[in-house]
Design a protein around this ligand. Structure first.
Ligand code: EPU
Length: 417
């Protein structure tokens, strides 16, 4: 098993380029199932999760060809409707095949994802929405068995804002008969990107980026060439890495408008974040102030940046309260950060961080994707050496993170544990 070793205490300086967004690439690659013929997707990050999706699409009968960040998919030969346990268990986003399989084949058999490290993460809202479109669903032997003779547009209300729930329903509804309305829909940039890709395929979706999305079903979709949006969470991770090391970096290829909540919080903490003609400049300071943060659906502060921001709060002056409202168990990084000297108390869904601590390097264990990113950032800020084990978590969602940070002057490398 591999680990990442970090010698802390080095300022980050220079320029870093952001990769394509994992959480946009996954549903967009899956959307190819809705078409016959070759789709070409550009700026697809090479990650464990995108490789898993390509494998799943291949298993379903699609032809998949990859070259660098370009992925071509032809689902003309779609002939299988099962997403097996082995794949779904390693990547929950596999449940996104439900919508397209039902739209194309009228049938899907998808392993029910279990709980995961950050929370129970049920998919009841995906299933209820599909039932409202006319799908019959039963749960047999750990699998969702779903079938429909045809999908019919419906008025669907989500009790909770759900990103992949909105995406799954959108992909099911594009080929349904009549009009579907999704209320309390997710507004994340990744949802907007998926709708944009679907509309280029010939779908008729309006209202994306608002809580009410309307989808008028069409007969068929055609293949497209599409460029995946930049990863706002990767960009945000670099912003915080620069901030904790009192660094001065430029991030190119990112979309600052997707990161407004984070930028606002960083500026409130005293970090300089400025738009330049060719990128975003982030300049740290010795005098970081503690700020309170509450995670919320977009355009609120992203839960996927909570762990990283917590590291900044550990080295900031004063107290900060971080409230996690999206996932019930997303403070698992806290005990690892405590091993590095952080002073954090968790009470229910809030973490109180007493800042101004000197972090010291320690062996720590990655427990999920974003927690791993926070431990690497903590290692960059800490005195001495940090060893982050179980780095397979980070490979799910960051492309060569240690190499990109090393190019910025961080002292870190990957080695066998
Ligand atoms: N929820 C339900 N029922 C459902 C669906 C969701 O109760 O049917 C709950 C969840 O348990 C959670 C909340 O609703 O408490 C929001 O979950 P959501 O469905 O929005 O999360 P997701 O779609 O499973 C995506 C991202 C996550 C990101 C969340 C929130 C993808 C592939 N994953 O997950 O990304 O944290 O939205 O923004 O898009 C990551 O990249 O590290 C990651 C975990």
């Amino acid at each position: 098993m591999e680990k990442i070793v970090i010698e802390g205490g080095h300022r980050l300086e220079g320029t870093v380029t952001v990769s394509g967004a994992k959480n946009a690439a996954l549903p967009i690659l899956i959307s190819a199932l809705l078409t016959d013929g070759w789709n070409t997707f550009h700026n697809v990050p090479d990650l464990r999760d995108t490789r898993t999706i390509k494998r799943l699409l291949g298993d379903l009968g699609a032809k998949v060809e990859s070259s660098g960040s370009v992925v071509k998919i032809n689902a003309g030969g779609l002939n299988n409707y099962e997403a097996p346990y082995d794949l779904v268990r390693t990547m929950r986003a596999s449940v996104l095949v439900l919508g397209p399989l039902l739209a194309r084949l009228g049938r899907a058999r998808v392993s029910l994802p279990g709980g995961c490290a950050i929370g129970a993460r049920p998919i009841n809202l995906h299933l209820r929405g599909l039932e409202e479109l006319g799908v019959f669903i039963s749960l047999e032997h750990g699998y969702i068995e779903a079938h429909a003779s045809s999908l019919k547009g419906a008025d669907i209300y989500f009790d909770i804002v759900t990103v992949t729930g909105t995406e799954n329903l959108m992909m099911a509804a594009v080929l349904a008969k009549g009009v579907t309305t999704l209320r309390n829909a997710a507004r994340e940039p990744e949802v907007v990107a998926l709708a944009d890709a679907l509309n280029r395929m010939g779908a008729r979706i309006t209202g994306v980026g608002t809580p009410v999305i309307t989808i008028s079903g069409v007969e068929a979709l055609k293949p497209i060439s599409y460029h995946v949006i930049p990863d706002r969470i990767e960009a945000g991770t670099f912003m915080v890495a620069a901030a904790v090391t009192s660094g001065n970096i430029k991030i190119v290829g990112c979309e600052p408008n997707h990161n407004r909540a984070l930028i606002h919080k960083l500026q409130q903490a005293g970090i300089t974040v400025e738009q330049e003609s060719d990128g975003l400049r982030v300049v740290g300071t010795e005098a970081i102030c503690g700020v309170d943060v509450k995670t919320l659906p977009y355009p609120g502060f992203p839960t996927d940046m909570q762990a990283q921001l917590m590291v900044l709060m550990c080295v900031a002056n004063g107290l900060s309260v971080i409230s996690e409202t999206i996932f019930e168990n997303r403070f698992i990084h806290v005990s690892e950060l405590q091993r590095m000297g952080a002073d954090i108390t968790v009470s229910g869904s809030a973490a109180v961080v007493r800042g101004g601590r000197r972090l010291t390097g320690a062996p720590v264990m990655a427990t999920d994707l974003r927690a791993s990113a926070s431990l690497i950032i903590a290692g960059l800020a800490a005195e001495g050496t940090t060893e982050v084990s179980r780095v397979y978590h980070i490979d799910r969602g960051y492309e060569c993170i240690e190499k990109k940070l090393a190019l910025l002057g961080g002292h870190l490398w990957r080695t066998q544990a």
